[in-house]
Write a protein that binds this ligand. Structure first.
Ligand code: MN
Ligand code: ZN
Length: 499
């Protein structure tokens, strides 16, 4: 992984080295440890702020070359705004802003984790560390000439000076594993489709065995035996065979029903015979963002030894046009026995999910299922790229997802379901058809999926707008965002782990 940034914690009193990162409020007030580190040079902050019209607004940064006599070579002051109103996601942002200010020469960095009125709490300092690591990640495996100035944070050695080193390390330990999970998901989404195809994706998911995850790979023969005709219909046009991967982490009570996560893993989506137009088709390597999130999440849960039983299931296929590809007009029989008329072969994600959802519901009888899928362009029309669309048959699950979305900054917005939408997917030849037309396109897709959850409490997250190509943020500069890993990891830790 291209995440070589090192982040550690030292006492507030430790000597400052390299670049100094400090915080001020909207009155430009600095904390005591910062003033001590700067000595008589503390006055320079006010003068530089006036010259640069820096007002300490939340997330703004002031970059100052320090005068002779100060240990630090550069001083970066980050505005915390009104420091009494700060939330977790503000500290994530501060870490991201700090990492974004580093350049190729930024080797040693000291971040003073204090606000004007005192040291930050351990979880606040841990959030800064998380923000630094999320921002520092870059995907440059295929660049043979690396530009040194592109991302200085990638090689930085960051010491965060905190009030209580032991408590902060303890707070950050699980979060560090969650960050690893996010970065794993980003890697998978960023990888090119000639490298990451279903078998290779399954092999990478298999690496989770090293951290105690039980991984079972279903090949075409096994899926045929199970009757997964909907998934296999999509897969049949590709020279590369499909796979379903079942990952299990058993950290909870023996025999207790698991929580379950299901991901769409279309490793490349040409649209099939209903082929997409050429412009931007390369982005369809990211049509496995849901599956990538599930793998990243399972990594996070296992690595931090979450006290929960969890199932992660991903359906991996390539949707290709070929002599053997499925046609519009074909009727396939899903594992549930329900038949589906194919109207548009580009509405393939729901066909893959139909069989994986049914399999998970029947086999594991989970407490709930959350599926993630880059499912519809329509969700981007409705919500843009700042919220994932959420559809659920269960108010409690929907409320919990909404709450952890606001906490982590991976936001969801609930969209409607209802039997009124069913007529749009009625078929004259089969039990249903795989598209419901343009109107309410993300809703009819969710309505379709609901027919395969067998009454299990369920939420569907349409992440077409958030998993890839979303605008860069303070904590993500990567095309593949890893969206959903922090959201669902928090859902588990907050509501489903035995404390
Ligand atoms: Mn498609
Ligand atoms: Zn797709």
């Amino acid at each position: 992984m291209s995440d070589a940034v090192k982040v550690g914690f030292v006492p507030l009193s430790a000597p400052v080295q390299g670049i100094l990162v400090a915080f001020c409020d909207d009155q430009l007030k600095l904390g005591a440890a910062t003033r001590k580190a700067l000595g008589t040079a503390a006055d320079i902050v006010r003068r530089a702020a006036a010259a640069n019209q820096f007002k300490g607004k939340s997330g703004a940064a002031l970059d100052i070359l320090t005068p002779e006599g100060v240990k630090a070579e550069r001083l970066i002051v980050i505005g915390a705004g009104k420091s009494s109103e700060l939330k977790e996601k503000d500290f994530l942002k501060f870490g991201g802003v700090a990492a974004g200010k580093l350049n190729a020469g930024s080797n040693a960095v000291t971040v003073i984790a204090e606000l004007p009125d005192g040291a930050m709490a351990p979880d606040q300092a841990a959030a800064i560390a998380t923000g630094i690591r999320l921002r520092a990640y870059r995907f440059d495996r295929y660049k043979t000439k690396k530009k040194d100035d592109e991302n200085g944070a990638a090689r930085a050695d960051v010491s965060i000076a905190v009030d209580d080193v032991a408590a902060t390390r303890k707070a950050f330990a699980p979060d560090a594993h969650t960050v690893d999970g996010v970065i794993l998901a980003r890697e998978l989404v960023n990888e090119p489709p000639n490298v990451l195809y279903p078998e290779e994706f399954a092999r990478r998911a298999g690496q989770l065995r090293k951290i105690g995850v039980d991984v079972n790979v279903l090949d075409v023969k096994a899926m045929t035996k199970l009757g997964m005709g909907a998934l296999l219909g999509v897969s049949q046009g590709s020279a590369r065979p499909g796979r379903t991967v079942i990952m299990r982490w058993n950290g909870g009570k023996k025999g207790e029903a698991p929580v379950a996560f299901v991901g769409k893993g279309v490793c490349f989506d040409t649209g099939g015979i209903s082929i997409k137009s050429a412009g931007g088709m390369e982005d369809m390597k990211g049509d496995m963002g849901g599956a990538a999130c599930v793998v990243g999440l399972m990594h996070a849960l296992a690595a931090r030894k979450a006290r929960v039983n969890a199932v992660g299931a991903i359906g991996l296929v390539e949707n290709m046009p070929d002599g053997n590809a499925q046609r519009p007009g074909d009727i396939v029989t899903s594992m549930s026995g329900q038949t589906i008329e194919i109207i548009n072969t580009d509405a393939e994600g729901r066909l893959v999910l139909a069989d994986v959802l049914w399999y998970v519901a029947k086999k594991f009888k989970p407490k709930f299922m959350v599926d993630l899928a880059t499912l519809t362009g329509a969700i981007m029309v409705a919500l843009g790229t700042d919220h994932a669309g959420m559809f659920s048959n269960n108010d409690e699950l929907a409320e919990r997802l909404t709450k952890v979305g606001l906490e982590t900054g991976e936001k969801v917005w609930r969209m409607p379901l209802g039997p009124e939408y069913d007529k749009q997917i009625d078929s004259q030849f089969a039990d249903m058809k795989n598209t419901g037309g343009r109107n309410g396109g993300s809703i009819t897709a969710a309505q379709f999926l609901q027919r395969f959850v067998d009454g299990t409490p369920w939420a569907h997250l349409d992440i077409a707008g958030t998993a890839m190509g979303a605008p860069k943020t303070e904590i993500n500069q990567s095309w593949g965002s890893g969206y959903g890993v922090r959201l669902l990891d928090r859902l588990v830790s907050e509501y489903y782990e035995k404390k």
